[in-house]
Design a protein around this ligand. Structure first.
Ligand SMILES: NC(=O)c1ccc[n+]([C@@H]2O[C@H](COP(=O)([O-])OP(=O)(O)OC[C@H]3O[C@@H](n4cnc5c(N)ncnc54)[C@H](O)[C@@H]3O)[C@@H](O)[C@H]2O)c1
Ligand SMILES: O=c1ccn([C@@H]2O[C@H](COP(=O)(O)OP(=O)(O)O[C@H]3O[C@H](CO)[C@@H](O)[C@H](O)[C@H]3O)[C@@H](O)[C@H]2O)c(=O)[nH]1
Length: 515
C-alpha cells in the first residue's frame, strides 16, 4: 500500500447493498443489513457526538471495537448515557443502547479522559461556515490543543470532520507530537441514512503520510464490504469537498434545467429520465426542488470557494453553482408572489433573470412558463408584488425528508423570502411536531397539516415528506381560500389534486404533459 495509490479491498465494490444509485429525496429509509464483527478489536475515542460522531461511535462499537465518545455538551452526554438519541436516524438508538449494554460504548464529557488508552482518536467536530464563507476550525483547533498532552504514545488521530486542504498538517503542528500521525478519513454519510451509509459505504477514503497509520485506520473498517481509496491527506481532504461540490452542481443543473423546461412547456422528469438512462450520467441526485441545502452542501461549497480564492485557483463552476441556487429560490418565490399578491405592493429590487418563468437572458416575447403563474404576455410577471395580508401554508421545513435537521434548510430560505414580502406563514413539519424550534419571528409551527392550511391563500410544499402525498386533499381544498398548491418538490400526484379541485403547480413540469 503506498501513498497516492488507489486500492480496492478484496471484496471490491460488488455486492454492496448501498442504495445510493437510486437516491432521491423520497427514497425510503435504507435497510441496514447486518455486518460481521471485527476479528481484532481496537480502543477508539470519538470526539464530538453529533450526526457523524455518534454514528461513528455506535457503528464501530457494533463492529466490536471499544469506543469512548466525548462531547462538550453535558446535557447531550447525560441523555446519551440514558440511551436517549435526539437526532432522527434509523437504527441509531438501538445501536447506542446495544453498545452500552455490551460495554463496547461509553460516553463522557471529559475529552482528555476519553483519549486515555486509545489507539485511534476520531475528530467528528463541527466545521461550520465561518467569516467570509471559510470553514470555521475553532472546535478542531481547541480539541487539538486540549488533548495534545493526553494522547497515548504512537496513537493515530483521524480527522473525520470536513475540513479544508492542509488541515491534517495544521492539526499535526498543533499537536506537536512527532510520535502521532494525523490521518484524513472524510465521512460521506447522508442524514436520515447515517447508520446504513456508515456500515455500507460507497467507499472509504483514507489519506495519510504514514502507511502504518493508514493501515491501522483501514483495519477498523475491515468487516465492511467497501472499496478503500488510500491516498495522501491533501487528496483525501479535497475529495470530500469535491464530492459535495459535485452533488450541489448536479442540483443547480437540474433546477436550472427545470426552468428551461417550464419555458418550453417540456417535462423535466421526462428529460431527467432520458438523461438517466445514459450510464455516464445516471438518474441519481437529479430531482428538482426548492434549492439545495442542509448542514453540509452550502457550507462546504462556500468553504471550497474560499480555498480556491485564497490559493488563486479559478473554479468558475463553483460560483455559478452557488449563484444558481440563490437565483432558483428567487424565481420560485416570485412565482408565488405573482399569483398570490392581492395587488400592487411595495417595489423590491428584483434581480434580472429572477422573474417568474423568465430565463436569464430570455428574449422579450418568448413563450411564458406554463407553470409560472405569471401573466401570459411573456414578461415573466410583476416583480413588485407584496404579500401583506396574505397567509400561506408551508408543508415541510426540514432541509429534506427523513431528518429533523433545519440547518441551511431551503424551506427556511424560501420562508424568509416570503416573509420579507409580507406573508404570514403557518407551517407543519412531521419531524417538528413534538420538538418545535423557536422560529416565531418567521412563522408559526402547527401540529397538523389541516391547521396550517386553514384559511390560507395557498399551500407550498417545501420538504418531500412522503406522507404529504396521502393528505386528504379534498379537505385541504375546503380549507384553503384559493385552491392552489405549489409543489416545489414535485412530490404530489397532479391528477389526484385536480380531482380534489386543486390547481397543482410543480417545478419544470407542464400541466398539459402530466394530466
Ligand atoms: N451531518 C452530516 O450529514 C455530515 C456528513 C459527513 C460529514 N460531516 C462533517 O462532520 C463534522 C461533524 O458534523 P455533524 O453534523 O456531526 O455535527 P454536529 O453539530 O451534529 O455535532 C458536532 C458535535 O461536536 C460537539 N462539540 C463541539 N465542540 C466540541 C468540543 N470542543 N469538544 C467536544 N465536543 C464538541 C457538539 O456538542 C456536537 O455534539 C462536520 O465537519 C461536518 O461537515 C457531516
Ligand atoms: O435529487 C435530489 C437530491 C437532494 N436534493 C436536496 O439536496 C440537499 C442535500 O441532500 P443530501 O445530500 O441528501 O443531504 P445530506 O444528508 O446533507 O448529505 C450530503 O452532505 C453530507 C455531509 O457532507 C455528505 O456526507 C453526503 O454524502 C451528502 O449527500 C437537500 O436539501 C435535498 O433536499 C434535491 O433537491 N434533489
Amino acid at each position: 500500500m503506498s501513498n497516492r495509490s488507489s486500492d480496492r479491498s478484496s471484496n471490491g465494490s460488488s455486492g454492496r447493498s448501498s442504495d445510493r444509485s437510486s437516491d432521491h429525496p423520497v427514497a425510503p429509509v435504507s435497510p441496514v443489513s447486518p455486518v460481521a464483527r471485527i476479528a481484532t478489536a481496537s480502543r477508539v475515542a470519538v470526539i464530538g457526538t453529533g450526526y457523524v460522531g455518534l454514528t461513528t461511535g455506535a457503528c464501530l462499537a457494533s463492529l466490536g471495537h471499544h469506543v469512548v465518545c466525548a462531547d462538550a455538551d453535558p446535557h447531550k452526554v447525560d441523555r446519551l448515557r440514558r440511551g436517549e438519541v435526539d437526532i432522527l436516524e434509523p437504527r441509531l438508538p438501538e445501536l447506542v443502547r446495544d453498545g452500552q449494554a455490551s460495554g463496547h460504548l461509553e460516553f463522557t464529557q471529559d475529552t482528555k479522559a476519553s483519549v486515555a488508552g486509545a489507539e485511534v482518536v476520531f475528530f467528528c467536530l463541527p466545521t461550520p461556515m465561518g467569516v467570509g464563507g471559510a470553514a470555521d476550525l475553532a472546535a478542531v483547533e481547541a480539541v487539538s490543543d486540549e488533548i495534545r498532552t493526553a494522547l497515548p504514545h504512537g496513537c493515530v488521530v483521524v480527522n473525520k470532520s470536513t475540513v479544508p486542504v492542509g488541515t491534517a498538517e495544521r492539526v499535526a503542528a498543533l499537536l506537536g507530537r512527532p510520535d502521532i500521525t494525523v490521518v484524513s478519513n472524510p465521512e460521506f454519510l447522508r442524514e436520515g441514512h447515517a447508520v446504513h451509509d456508515f456500515l455500507h459505504p460507497d467507499r472509504i477514503v483514507i489519506g495519510a503520510a504514514e502507511q502504518e497509520a493508514a493501515r491501522r485506520v483501514a483495519g477498523l473498517y475491515a468487516p465492511l464490504d467497501a472499496p478503500v481509496v488510500l491516498t495522501d491527506t491533501a487528496s483525501a481532504e479535497i475529495a470530500k469537498y469535491a464530492a459535495n461540490f459535485f452533488l450541489a452542481m448536479k442540483l443547480s443543473f437540474v433546477n436550472n434545467l427545470a426552468t428551461l423546461c417550464e419555458h418550453f412547456t417540456a417535462d423535466v422528469d421526462d428529460v431527467v429520465a432520458a438523461l438517466g438512462h445514459d450510464p455516464r450520467i445516471g438518474p441519481a441526485f437529479l430531482k428538482p426542488g426548492p434549492g439545495w441545502g442542509g448542514s453540509c452542501l452550502p457550507k462546504d461549497t462556500h468553504a471550497l470557494l474560499t480555498v480556491c480564492e485564497e490559493s488563486g485557483v479559478e473554479f468558475p463552476l463553483l460560483r455559478a453553482t452557488i449563484d444558481t441556487n440563490v437565483e432558483h429560490q428567487s424565481r420560485l418565490v416570485e412565482r408565488v408572489v405573482a399569483e398570490c399578491s392581492p395587488g400592487p405592493g411595495t417595489p423590491h429590487d428584483a434581480r434580472p433573470g429572477t422573474l417568474p418563468g423568465a430565463l436569464p437572458g430570455a428574449q422579450p416575447g418568448a413563450r411564458p412558463s406554463a407553470l409560472s403563474g405569471g401573466p401570459s404576455d411573456g414578461s415573466g410577471g410583476s416583480a413588485h408584488g407584496s404579500l401583506h395580508g396574505v397567509t400561506l401554508a408551508l408543508l415541510g421545513l426540514t432541509f429534506k425528508a427523513g431528518t429533523s435537521d433545519l440547518r441551511d434548510s431551503p424551506a427556511l430560505a424560501i420562508a424568509r423570502r416570503l416573509r420579507e414580502r409580507g406573508a404570514e406563514l403557518r407551517a407543519y413539519d412531521p419531524a417538528l411536531s413534538e420538538t418545535r424550534p423557536d422560529l416565531s419571528d418567521l412563522l408559526t409551527i402547527v401540529d397538523t397539516p389541516e391547521k396550517a392550511v386553514e384559511g390560507a391563500r395557498a399551500c407550498v410544499v417545501l420538504t418531500e415528506w412522503p406522507q404529504f402525498r396521502d393528505l386528504d386533499w379534498e379537505a385541504v381544498a375546503g380549507l384553503l381560500t384559493a385552491p392552489v398548491v405549489y409543489d416545489f418538490r414535485n412530490l404530489l400526484d397532479p391528477d389526484r389534486l385536480a380531482r380534489a379541485g386543486l390547481s397543482w403547480q410543480g417545478i419544470g413540469r407542464s400541466l398539459a404533459m402530466v394530466s
